[in-house]
Write a protein that binds this ligand. Structure first.
Ligand code: C2O
Ligand code: CU
Length: 473
């Protein structure tokens, strides 16, 4: 639960958000960046509070915002200054498989002191992110992530009218430092994952964003939590949704959802207008809050203050140009059933892990408490193999007692059907929410060759068995 600790900080002085580092391609196409993983010490809970050791990119968490343009060839020289191997995954990018950054599947992890040159093209515009993909349940927890923004070929919003908000919930111990003692706890792995008690946006508590009254803004939200499914209310802010997981809505001018879910790794781009702040208005100054509702009580994650007089060039855009993605051919698709089981209060039939049927003792020893189609974690054989260009429909059945956020690497898919009527269908996504006892069908054209992961993005669940892979040949 997000507790009093998180409440307390909203009454603290609100800090203005400085411009966090941006690695921008500027006018240049095909930019080259340097990204360095290393350690820092930082007081998460604010000045005067105990320091924690964080693992970060280029000295900050979130790491620098990498900004490129759609169609760019992006080159990132990655240098590992950590004491353990790691790799960088470019989440949501329909990327060349060799650059997907999955340790043990698409590359060897980069050893301490080593480097790796990532070199890829970004086919889609939108809000994406990058994060460590080796022991993510530990490395992402400690701060190894950052935003990756792909601008539209023709700019829709100028930089002045965009904000990126990267949200994380840290787990602090009683002293107020990062709780590392509980990393890997079986309790977390078998329940809802590692939930934090200290919420930050761009590394700060309830930062304030000053915006111009009367103008529209694109607010890019990225959920970097290990396991928390954030809930926000676009309606309460009089905001509308522009995009999910980087991809613009299928129908623009959809009514704003009452509640939008952001599972770990999911993104939502909101269109926020300074003239109508809705119920989320905090005071008569016109401040309003982006609230997080999953904990039962509304917590202010960030404050928007519409103050400055409108500038002459008001932004009027209300929709984004679509990304080019091929719709699946449902009549001729390969149909793949995917059954999720295990976890606390769930049943698990016979489960195989690393080619061997697990006993109860094995389960306790390996902490493989979740399974997909009776297999815990990556096996030698993929979930399916499919020829490039063929359509795939995955029908996922969640037989666990928990909600999950499932991520497919290398492809965006369309949600074809689901049971929860309050959650959108037909949108293009790279991560989908599936509630307990729900059945969700997704479809996509398997047009990106290589070996791709499919896993729960609750990082403890992924480590505890809820990971599989498929191959496009
Ligand atoms: Cu965000 Cu397997 O990744
Ligand atoms: Cu999960």
């Amino acid at each position: 639960m997000l507790t009093r600790r998180s409440f307390m900080r909203t009454s603290m002085a609100l800090s203005l958000v400085g411009s966090g580092g941006i690695l921008s391609s500027g006018a240049a196409t095909n930019p080259i960046f340097e990204l360095r993983a290393g350690k820092i010490r930082k007081s998460l809970a604010g000045p005067g509070q105990p320091e924690s050791e964080l693992w970060v990119y280029n000295g900050t968490s979130p790491g620098p915002e990498i900004r490129v343009r759609q169609g760019d060839r992006v080159r990132v020289r990655f240098i590992n200054d950590l004491d353990e191997p790691t790799s960088v995954h470019w989440h949501g990018i329909r990327i060349d498989n060799a650059m997907d950054g999955v340790s043990g599947l698409t590359q060897d992890p980069v050893p301490p002191g080593g480097r790796f040159d990532y070199d890829f093209v970004v086919p889609d515009a939108g809000t994406f992110w990058y994060h460590a993909h080796n022991m993510s349940w530990q490395q992402v927890t400690r701060g190894l992530y950052g935003p990756l923004i792909v601008e539209e070929k023709q700019k829709v919003f100028d930089l002045e009218h965009e904000r990126t908000l990267m949200i994380d919930d840290w787990r602090l111990n009683r002293e107020g430092a990062l709780d590392v003692a509980s990393l890997g706890s079986l309790m977390d792995w078998s329940h809802a994952g590692r939930l934090g008690n200290w919420l930050t946006v761009n590394g700060q508590s309830a930062p304030r964003f000053d915006l111009n009254a009367g103008e529209s803004y694109r607010i890019r939200l990225i959920n970097a939590c290990n396991a928390r499914v954030l809930q926000i209310s676009p309606k309460a802010m009089n905001a509308s949704v522009l995009a999910y997981d980087g991809f613009p809505l299928q129908k623009s001018n959809e009514p704003s959802p009452d509640i939008a879910y952001l599972a770990p790794a999911q993104r939502v781009d909101l269109l926020v207008n300074g003239s109508a702040s809705g119920q989320a208005q905090l005071n008569d100054i016109g401040d309003f809050a982006l609230q997080e509702l999953s904990g039962g009580n509304a917590l202010s994650m960030a404050i928007f203050r519409f103050t400055n007089p409108p500038s002459t060039m008001a932004q009027m855009a209300t929709a984004l140009p679509a990304n080019r993605v091929e719709a699946p051919d449902l009549a001729n698709a390969l149909r793949v059933p995917l059954v999720m089981e295990g976890g606390a209060m769930g049943r698990m039939g016979d489960v195989t892990h690393q080619g061997k049927r697990m006993t109860r003792a094995d389960i306790r020893r390996t902490k493989q408490v979740w399974a997909l189609n009776g297999i815990a974690n990556v096996a030698d054989e993929p979930l399916f193999r499919v020829e490039r260009g063929k359509s795939v429909v995955i029908k996922t059945e969640n037989n666990t007692g928990w909600l999950h956020g499932m991520h497919v690497h290398g492809h965006h898919f369309q949600i074809l059907s689901r049971q929860r009527e309050d959650l959108p269908v037909m949108e293009w996504r790279d991560t989908f929410v599936i509630d307990r006892d729900e059945v969700v069908e997704i479809g996509f054209v398997a047009n990106n060759p290589g070996k791709w992961l499919l896993h729960c993005h609750m990082l403890e669940h992924a480590a505890a068995g809820m990971t599989t892979w498929f191959e496009v040949t």
